[in-house]
Write a protein that binds this ligand. Structure first.
Ligand code: HEM
Length: 508
């Protein structure tokens, strides 16, 4: 176990440690590089916020992340870029099979996106700006100085609004996050992780540290003899003769998700026979929580590492609800994090673990080993946009239409094992935990399966009788843009700013 003060927080961007919740205004700027030399000059002095705790809490914050093309334009060598993961290099829209796996087909198809529709359309970098109420105009003026104007071209600003922790459908959001094990207190050994833990190895979110497999995720390592600027970088813990470009960095995934709030509540209202209490019940069963955040328990209080015993919104697993009588198996939060350990409930002794490990002894068809949650966690840092529309207003036929949604942002160390897996296997996959022909009730597309089968229903328990099934769910969430970015550590940012440019780029 390490001393918490040992951690290299000053080299980490703050977003990995803090959600900047007290900075209620935010603005995500998508930029292209107009002049690489001027951009590097600006980056060298950019007031990027580090994760080192400071008191009093700052009134503004700035975070920065680059697409692969952005790094290329800034002069990062191809040999270095090749050390990043394939997903990052190819991009979110780089191949059709990825789009299919992410559910980016039909109405979600990249051809309809407003930005990022193909790799050449992914902005070079994203700036995430945060400020206290009424502070954003002044903060933007500070950031967008003369040097900035010469360096960058603004592609688009992703709007955000302060909805006070309530997402546009009306549910409390941002309640469940992994607790990062900065002090390396918890073993990642398979045999110690049979039950769910909310504590997560640093290497699941930050590159350059051991992950939940006890391994270091692949990232660019540089031979300092071949690259002078590499002296700016920290050494690689697992390969001391090399410098670690990834250390203290993370991948940042952005998806702009439009939410059809009237469409959601009008469908739920119809389905509930226009009875307000039933409408609330059905909507809550789709999310897995009531609108105020209460989980659909009651669940047996557990002693979950990384969650306070008295935390009423997160101190639970679904172990005592295997059939989804309390929280439907297909509910959004149950799909997004099934809160499973390495072994299903009841597997405790050496022999039953051994049997399970080799895939024998399956007791129920739905026991398809949804997979251990600890390998598929996400650090969510999104912000909402659009005017508030309470459900009572949204159900009216003349409910005002408006652009509403979530600027979905997650940080992960492994895009494919974390973001893409959750999105594909758990949210848009049509077979999850024994539930068939359904996708996530909130955000799944509703296109039929290739064999013609439907995938637009949602089943849930009914306290008063047999299971209820809602059919022909409309699509409530549509993707409007997205991309994969690398959010470097602060020393890596200086390395990027120092990379030498070639040819004509050098002149300006
Ligand atoms: C517009 C789209 C979305 C909406 C409206 C939405 C809404 C919500 C709400 C209301 C919660 C419960 C609050 C909480 O537990 O923190 C939640 C939790 C969560 N969502 Fe979403 N979400 C959306 C998209 C996504 C996507 C695309 C992913 C992943 C790819 C995702 C992953 C999660 C996770 C991991 C949790 C926490 C589950 C847990 O640990 O119990 N969400 N979401």
């Amino acid at each position: 176990m390490k001393n918490p003060t040992d951690f290299d927080f000053h080299d980490l961007q703050a977003l990995l440690r803090f959600g900047h919740g007290q900075l209620t205004e935010s603005c995500f700027m998508l930029l292209n590089i107009a002049d690489p030399a001027a951009a590097k000059e600006w980056l060298r002095r950019a007031p990027v916020s580090s994760a080192k705790a400071v008191s009093p809490i700052p009134t503004t914050a700035l975070q920065i992340a680059f697409s692969v093309e952005g790094l290329r334009v800034l002069g990062v060598r191809e040999e270095v870029l090749a050390g990043f993961s394939d997903e990052f290099i190819v991009g979110m829209t780089g191949d059709e099979s990825r789009s299919r796996r992410l559910g980016d087909t039909g109405k979600n198809s990249p051809e309809y996106w407003q930005w990022g529709s193909d790799p050449s359309q992914v902005p070079h970098l994203v700036l995430l700006l945060y400020a206290q109420k009424d502070g954003m105009t002044a903060w933007r003026e500070t950031i967008e100085n003369d040097r900035f104007a010469a360096a960058f071209q603004l592609v688009r600003v992703l709007p955000t609004d302060d909805l006070e922790d309530i997402e546009p459908f009306g549910f409390t959001d941002g309640l469940s996050q992994p607790s990062i094990d900065w002090e390396a207190r918890q073993s990642t050994d398979l045999h110690d992780c049979d039950r769910y833990s909310n504590r997560l190895a640093v290497g699941e979110l930050v590159l350059g540290y051991p992950n939940e497999y006890g391994l270091y995720t692949t990232r660019p390592l540089i031979d300092p003899h071949e690259d002078e600027s590499a002296a700016l970088l920290p050494g690689a813990e697992d390969n001391p003769s090399l410098k670690d470009f990834g250390r203290n960095g993370s991948y940042l995934v952005i998806r702009q998700l439009h939410q059809d709030v009237p469409g959601f509540w009008q469908y739920v209202d119809r389905e509930a026979g226009f009875v307000p209490a039933k409408r609330e019940q059905l909507a809550a069963s789709m999310v897995g929580r009531k609108r105020n955040g209460t989980p659909l328990g009651p669940f047996v209080a557990e002693n979950i590492p990384g969650i306070a015993q008295n935390d009423p919104v997160n101190n639970f697993t679904y172990e005592d609800d295997p059939a989804g009588h309390k929280c439907p198996i297909g509910a959004h939060i149950r799909r997004a994090n099934p809160r499973t350990g390495d072994f299903p409930p009841g597997v405790t002794g050496f022999i039953s673990r051994f049997i399970k490990m080799f895939g024998f002894g399956q007791r129920r068809p739905d026991e398809d080993l949804i997979a251990s949650s600890r390998f598929h966690r996400l650090l969510r840092r999104g912000r909402n946009y659009g005017p508030i529309l309470p459900p009572e207003e949204a159900i009216k036929p003349d409910a005002p239409e408006a652009e509403r949604g979530l600027q979905f942002v997650v940080l992960v160390a492994n895009i494919s094992r974390q973001f893409e897996f959750v999105q594909n296997a758990w949210l848009v996959g049509t077979a999850f935990g024994g539930v068939q022909h359904e996708r996530d009730p909130l955000l799944g597309g509703r296109e039929p399966l290739p064999d013609g089968g439907t995938a637009d229903s949602f089943t849930r328990p009914d306290p008063a009788g047999p299971r209820q099934k809602s059919c022909q769910l409309p699509q409530f969430v549509t993707v409007g843009g997205g991309g994969y970015f690398f959010m470097p550590g602060l020393r890596a940012l200086q390395y990027i700013a120092a990379s030498s440019l070639t040819g004509s780029d050098k002149s300006s």
